[in-house]
Design a protein around this ligand. Structure first.
Ligand code: NAL
Length: 333
């Protein structure tokens, strides 16, 4: 696989493609970073960006993971002390998930975001940004119904972090794209370069295929799930025999979340995927890539129930090391 292909596989977009291609020409030693509001438990959304970080590490990038403690505080996620505690647990789960320890640096936002120079630059960005623009950037990130002043400061700090962490490529899920677009517009106004950004897709709600899966609503998958939890959730998932399901009765777009998880979580981590079946149902099926599995689901060769069984097995294997870390942390406490 060529470098640009590895860097961008399964990404929804690179902003801009030309900038991404330039990075791909000489990735060795370049730095990519992603930030997360610490929450203690890794869920499937974190795992999706983590898988992309592993692609980047294989391509030669160094990775910075920002444990965005101040951001979580500004977004009403708890006291500062609670947030710090959850961040340590999260770090252990990221490494257990498979990030390369040698090529991953974990940084707390609070290590540099209270520095005088940072705060002055932040105020300069505040002068350059309207409240409505900051509010729009936060639409898919904010918690709660109202927008507080803290949540308007939030995207400006996220923009500034991209400068202070000296990164070549900012990674985030599609819910981060408006923050990144704001960063691209506003950073040049204080004399900084617009960052190159790569966005990963959002996975649809597991039960309905509508909208996006969320840790706060509906069914999500996390490192807290037992093997039986995962089997139950995956067996209950929406999985029609197509990549392109019809809209629901209310006319809302739907995706096939089972196929999405195979595509974005399983195939990037396994060379081959085996769907086990008893001999009387045709025996095991082996797939070397996502396309052939999706094609078999569509043709009827692969039954949705068998696809779900295999998905539960692979997901369980992927989260097992992180689950063990969480149990260690619980027994230490
Ligand atoms: C991501 C977050 C916070 C600060 C960041 C700074 C730089 C790059 C990425 C960052 C968290 C993210 C979330 N907004 O929704 O979890």
């Amino acid at each position: 696989m060529d470098v640009y292909e590895r860097i961008t596989r399964n990404a929804t977009e690179v902003v801009t493609e030309a900038e991404g291609r330039e990075l791909a020409e000489d990735p060795e030693g370049k730095r990519a970073y992603v930030g997360y509001e610490p929450s203690g438990v890794l869920h499937i959304g974190h795992m999706l960006t983590a898988t992309k970080l592993m692609d980047l590490q294989e391509a030669g990038f160094e990775v910075t993971v920002l444990l965005a403690d101040v951001h979580a505080y500004l977004n009403d996620k708890g006291t500062f002390e609670e947030i710090r505690e959850t961040a340590e647990r999260m770090k252990a789960q990221f490494l257990a998930y498979g990030l390369d320890e040698e090529r991953t640096e974990f940084v707390y936002g609070s290590e540099f975001q209270f520095d005088r120079e940072y705060v002055l630059d932040l105020h300069a960005l505040e002068l350059e940004t309207t409240l409505s623009r900051a509010e729009r950037a936060m639409a898919e990130i904010k918690s709660g119904d109202s927008v507080t002043v803290s949540q308007a400061v939030y995207p400006l700090m996220q923009a500034l972090d991209i400068v202070y962490l000296d990164v070549d490529l900012a990674i985030g899920g599609m819910e981060q794209r408006k923050v990144h677009m704001l960063a691209r517009d506003v950073l040049p106004k204080i004399g900084e370069d617009a960052p190159t950004c790569l966005h990963t897709p959002l996975i649809a709600d597991l039960d309905t295929g509508v909208g996006k899966m969320s840790a706060s609503e509906g069914v999500s998958i996390s490192m807290e799930d037992s093997t039986a939890d995962i089997e139950g959730k995956v067996n209950g998932a929406f999985c029609p025999p197509t990549r392109d399901p019809e809209p629901d009765d209310a006319g809302r777009e739907r995706e096939n979340p089972v196929l999405q998880i195979f595509e974005y979580h399983v195939f990037p981590r396994y060379d081959t995927v085996v769907v086990e079946r008893p001999d009387e149902y045709g025996g095991d099926l082996t797939y070397g890539d996502y396309e052939s599995l999706a094609a078999d689901l569509e043709s009827g060769e692969l039954h949705p129930a068998d696809a779900k069984g295999a998905l539960a097995t692979y997901l369980d294997e992927l989260i097992a090391p992180g689950r063990a870390k969480l149990r260690d942390a619980a027994s230490d406490a």
